[in-house]
Write a protein that binds this ligand. Sequence first.
Ligand SMILES: [Zn+2]
Length: 530
Amino acid sequence: MLKRNPPSAFCLLPSAFCLPSSAFRLPLSASRLLLFAFCLLLAACSPSPAPPPVETATPTVLATLPPPVTPTLDTPTPSSTPPPQNIRPQYALDVQFNYANKTAIVDETIVYVNNSADTLTSLVFGVEATCSQSFTLNSVSINQSPISDYVFDYQNVQAYIRHRLEVPLPQPLPPNGQATVQINFGLILPVVGNFSDETSLCSQIYGYTAQQVNLVDWYPFIVPYVTGKGWVLHNPWYYGEHLTFEAADFDVRVEFTDGSNPVIAASGEEVASDGAASRRFRLEAGRNFALSFAPEYRVLTKTVGDVVIYSYYFPPYETAAAAVLNATAQSFEIYSQRFGPYIHKTLSVVQGDFNDGMEYSALYYHSKGIYNNYDGTLKNHLTAVSVHETAHQWWFEQVGNDQGFEPWLDEALATYSEIVYYETVQPDALKDWWWIYRFDPYKPLNQVDARIYEGEGQRPYWNKVYLNGAHFLQDLRARIGDEAFFAFLQDYLAQMRGKIATTDDFFRILREHTSADLSDLIAQYFQNPH
Ligand SMILES: [Zn+2]
């Protein structure tokens, strides 16, 4: 991600005044700094909604929340069964969507294999649509047994509580055991960015505008389970992403029940539907599945190898949309060569009807402001953000990570990928533009490995995790040389593709490619020793 709204719960001013509204409007003017200081002052003296707890514990934190129905949930059972097979969850989502009313009824089926070494007695889901209070759970069954004693406080005033659903299993699920979950739920979409008392904790993309519908993080998903530790579901925060996704397979059908027929942008490729009234999409080994509908979308396409790249846009923006497509396709080729191959058949770029950008599987959103400000050159926000978001299809999508606790693993690498792009297509941009543009005001901080909750505001968070992270990678490359650096990145991708990488994985694989002493670099950039 490159742009999220600021933590407005901390400030009574309109949020756009509290922090820079774009990652790229650098440097901060004195007036902005004064406004930011004013916001902090207001936050200190004004009543505001209680923020969610800052997470400082290990990923087991939510395993300590309300006790499960059966007493063995959080006390993993050691097992002598064979090693887990690591079979991906299979999601089938059948969406009946009323475009006129912006409502949906969804049948969801998940085939889940317990890939951990622990015996599970319940399943934990992240239900992000509850943040905007647009979600209704109609029924849950597991292995065709209806379940009613689930734990789901979806009306709780605290978004970080209501996004967690825990469903007890009818029988304990041993390692390699399989369960089939069926969920029926309803959505009444909110207006984008216009919901609840904790607005700034909710997605700024999910919902609808006058010309667009966006379904992102819209269905209950089973959060990762770490052997011996528990379920990984962190609290939402005012900036940054808090979710961690296992790679999964998706089969999604969409039918419009009101006779409408909008253009559909989707994660994954469209396949023939066996029902004339529905459209069907499939994605393998994706982290999540996003959909966007708009009657007015236009689309430009480009084929790179066997991958089709789509640029969805609104009619006045064809020139900028073509530039987005070109930058995405060009960086796509460069990353494929420097890092390793992409795994999907499509990549869709969607012009948002809002000022935010975000990566999803095989799809990313661009802020509408990016299109408005395009100046026809490579040295501009549109190009830099396009190649940053494209890089997330490697660092986030292929190599997953705990975005709440270790956001540097995807954001520093996506930011550094901008350099890999520019040094290939326009090296002089790095001398006279990129570093100044991205690193001013750059202040060295040994907090690359900060959690989102330690960001101390969106701008400082970007500085710590994105910019210092990219600077660390630049220094690392200078220390070990280009050959070892790119051999490491390729190996990191190959070893961690489809998995959830940790900072320990990063340094373990790095040390397979260099014997250089890195202790001074690590001390300079990281809070914790690695
Ligand atoms: Zn990013």
